[in-house]
Design a protein around this ligand. Structure first.
Ligand code: BTN
Length: 253
């Protein structure tokens, strides 16, 4: 699964609207797995139609590759990149600072969101090949001031607030690439489901009170009980145990 994006081309741009959109525009010319990274992004896209604010100095990058796994497993790449992101950011922050992965694809420090992942797929018109695009945004040195509506769900944070120094985009990417490589090697020896085990170790404790919005305006409250074998969220509610496959999690009762 992970050899697909090793040895990718890397293109750095000064500025672009969205690195995911730029990959789609260039898709026909991209012959091999490619990263497009922008020093500044003006129209970043988040999950569920949200905007992703990415000031200059933060990390905005997307990688495109042709997966060898079945479509039904594409979402597992989100967990894979999430674990590598966690391992990378952990190296920058001071000991004792609380850092966790939040389902499905967020990285939180002290309960403030520092990074998010947007997974998309694109079909080549000439062949029936499908490519996956993994877009990653990390608040390295600054974070947006979220409006009250967002703040009800979560706060925003940046890595530098928990580090001793400013964080360079290039060295962050180099460290992240190394983590991806190491995790890739680990997965060559272990089955795919083991990524979920690594993810769970880096997430919230079982029993944490959460709220899950289901993208249709519905909200379920319950206890975080972990992930099932497909990466679905298991929530304990008064009415019983529920599995959720799309939505967003936030905290509170
Ligand atoms: C989310 O948490 O909602 C996902 C945020 C993903 C943002 C990144 S920044 C690089 C790439 N380009 C985009 O337009 N979005 C992703």
């Amino acid at each position: 699964m992970t050899k697909n994006f090793q040895n990718s081309d890397v293109i750095w741009l000064d500025s672009v609207d969205s690195t995911n959109e730029e990959i789609k525009r260039r898709f026909q010319e991209l012959m091999k797995p490619t990263w497009i990274i922008a020093k500044k992004q003006s129209k970043g896209k988040g999950r569920n139609g949200n905007v992703w604010f990415s000031s200059s100095g933060n990390f905005s990058g997307s990688v495109m590759f042709f997966p060898t796994v079945d479509r039904s497993y594409f979402h597992l790449y989100g967990f894979f990149f999430g674990v590598a992101l966690y391992n990378t950011v952990k190296k920058y922050i001071k000991d004792g600072v609380d850092i966790r992965l939040k389902w499905p694809n967020d990285l939180m420090i002290e309960n403030g969101k520092v990074a998010g992942i947007l997974l998309e797929s694109i079909q080549s018109p000439q062949s029936n090949k499908t490519a996956v695009i993994v877009g990653i945004g990390v608040n390295l040195n600054s974070h947006p001031n979220l409006n009250a509506d967002f703040k009800k769900r979560y706060n925003s944070q940046c890595v530098a607030n928990f580090s001793n120094h400013e964080i360079c985009q290039v060295s962050f990417f180099n460290k992240f690439s190394n983590e991806l490589k190491e995790l890739g090697l680990y997965l060559e020896e272990n089955d795919l489901a083991s990524i979920l085990k690594l993810w769970k170790h880096r997430s919230y404790d079982k029993g944490t009170q959460i709220q899950v919005s289901d993208n249709k305006g519905g909200v379920n409250s319950g206890k975080f009980l972990g992930l099932d074998e497909l990466g679905g969220l298991i929530v304990g509610e008064n009415s019983g145990v529920k599995k959720i496959y799309s939505g967003d999690v936030y905290f509170g009762s």
